[in-house]
Write a protein that binds this ligand. Structure first.
Ligand code: NDP
Length: 491
């Protein structure tokens, strides 16, 4: 047979695939030197301020008000006046128009908000641009749709608004958590006093500009900034009818104790220690992408992060090898660079907490792996980390680290996977990776978690309820369920 003449020409393949830097310009955002509180449609001058910084390099960004109990009282009074003066009795179709407007303006100004979110919070611009902003706008669109259909959402129950809602949000998804809280509250006819987290107030303050652009009546949304003392003052305020809190389990418990017996409504969305469970029939490369997304998305500052990876014993070695290889391709660095996968840790305090828990993992006997990466000298940084040889009793397998740190454990049977996954005080989310639909359903019925993702992780949609079991809190946000905490029913 004639030999086929194969060309032997060498192809010139580049050896170095390093990305060139692609920084997003920050010129699109104007940050003021100083911010007050947004109360009754006006900016109130604060008596005391603190500095908010950029975690990527500790650059001071602005002076922000530290609201006192008196300031909080003014905000609550403004919300009460707006509630009584017409917002609560406005037809739902009219309230919907404001929500639609807010959603549209957020879309129009998405880039500005995304840059500010990454600057003040440290998350990669591709996440704030492609996840936080589209989802925040989607929440306002979604709840705009419900505003005039509450009677249909809850037939024969005659829904009416609760009153003034005090809302306290964390620093991991500042604008998105604002949207999760403000959109359903307004759709149901409530007015709001919102306190953003101390370290990430800037997108909430820029949002006040959106409220003005949308011509939302004065006092319907009020924003007070400050540290935990401001949050505590809001919880204590007598004229608040409902508190919605997202944050740590510790503070959530304190709030619940404080509100017990007051008759005030409460929803808590607290911590998590989610299990991401991979069976031996799963598509491994896809699972690795899901694991990476589950724990390194937003530097692991995610309450539903897949921080405990359970791998079926027969695929443990190939899976860990693939995972470690994938980690070497993650780009850690400037949050404003469009190529960055893992940005800056949100604050010095959070970095300290991550370091302390990682040290405990090493001391207790787990094996640590971190890919080679050069971390910037200034700012708050932590390399993506995987722990193997982890026992369930180790602190890194029990406590919420809220950082880019994964603990890998193993299981043999589905029963064992369920038992180990549920061995936690939390119950916010879980992930299952398998090709068998029946197994997914079997697992989902047994996992004590508010959300179970199948062959994916960290998927969000405004139409889908989100919330916890056990120490992850109670109440649901998103979907039709997310309306209920903001409504009273005459039954
Ligand atoms: P916190 O629970 O302290 O913060 C959440 C929000 O509550 C912030 O706005 C905070 O204000 C406010 N707050 C603090 N103390 C009080 C109080 N006594 N009464 C009312 N409101 C209060 O979380 P941290 O920021 O301190 O983070 C600590 C840990 O909590 C993290 O390491 C992580 O494990 C977990 N966490 C979980 C989150 C989740 O989404 N489930 C989100 C954030 C953190 P301020 O920011 O000014 O302190």
């Amino acid at each position: 047979m004639a030999e086929i003449d194969k060309p032997t020409r060498e192809v010139d393949v580049p050896g170095d695939w390093t990305y060139a830097s692609a920084p997003e310009s920050r010129d699109i955002v104007h940050i003021r030197d100083r911010y007050g509180y947004y109360v009754g449609g006006e900016w109130l001058e604060p008596a005391e301020t603190y500095e908010t910084i950029a975690p990527r390099d500790e650059e001071p960004l602005a002076a922000v008000g530290q609201a006192t109990a008196e300031d909080v009282g003014r905000a609550v009074a403004a919300a009460r006046t707006a509630y009584a003066d017409g917002w609560s009795s406005l037809p739902g179709s009219e309230r919907a128009k404001y929500l639609f407007r807010i959603a549209r303006i957020l879309q129009e100004r998405a880039r500005e908000f995304a840059v500010l979110e990454s600057l003040n919070g440290g998350k990669p611009i591709k996440e704030s641009r492609d996840v936080d902003l589209p989802l925040a706008a989607a929440h306002f669109f979604y709840y705009a749709g419900w505003a005039d259909k509450l009677e249909y959402a809850f037939p024969n129950r005659r829904p009416r608004p609760v009153g003034v809602a005090g809302q306290i949000i964390p620093w991991n998804f500042p604008l998105l958590m604002l949207a999760w809280k403000v959109a359903p509250a307004l759709a149901c006819g409530n007015t709001v006093v919102l306190k953003p987290a101390e370290t990430t107030p800037l997108t909430a303050l820029l949002f006040c500009d959106v409220l003005r652009q949308a011509e939302l009546p004065d006092g319907v949304v009020n924003i007070v900034t400050g540290d935990g003392r401001t949050g505590a003052a809001l919880v204590e305020s007598e004229d608040v009818d409902k508190i919605a809190f997202t944050g740590s389990t510790e503070v959530g418990k304190a709030i619940q104790r404080q509100l017990a017996g007051t008759g005030k409504r409460l929803t808590l969305e607290l911590g998590g220690k989610a299990a991401n469970i991979v069976f031996d029939d799963a598509a491994l490369d896809q699972a690795v992408e899901g694991i990476v997304n589950g724990i390194y998305f937003n530097q692991g500052h995610v309450c539903c992060a897949g921080s405990r990876l359970f791998v079926q014993e027969s695929i443990y070695e190939p899976l860990v090898a693939k995972l470690e290889r994938r980690l070497t391709t993650l780009r850690v660095g400037d949050p404003l660079d469009k190529n960055t996968d893992v940005g800056a840790i949100n604050s010095a305090a959070q970095l300290e907490k991550i370091r302390e828990l990682v040290a405990s993992g090493e001391e207790e006997g787990a094996t640590i792996y971190q890919p080679p990466c050069v971390l910037p000298e200034k700012g708050y940084w932590f390399a993506p980390t995987v722990f193997t040889n982890v026992a369930q009793s180790y602190r890194i397998a029990q406590e919420e680290i809220f950082g880019p740190v994964l603990s890998v454990l193993t299981f043999r049977t589905p029963e064992e996977a369920v038992e180990k996954a549920n061995n936690t005080p939390y119950g916010l989310s879980a992930g299952v990776w398998t090709e068998k639909g029946s197994r997914i359903l079997w697992m989902a019925q047994r996992l004590r978690a508010g959300v179970v993702w199948a062959n994916t992780f960290n998927r969000f949609d405004p139409g889908s309820p989100f919330g916890g079991y056990k120490e992850s809190g109670f109440g649901r946000e998103g979907g039709r369920h997310g309306l209920e905490p903001y409504l009273e029913f005459e039954e």
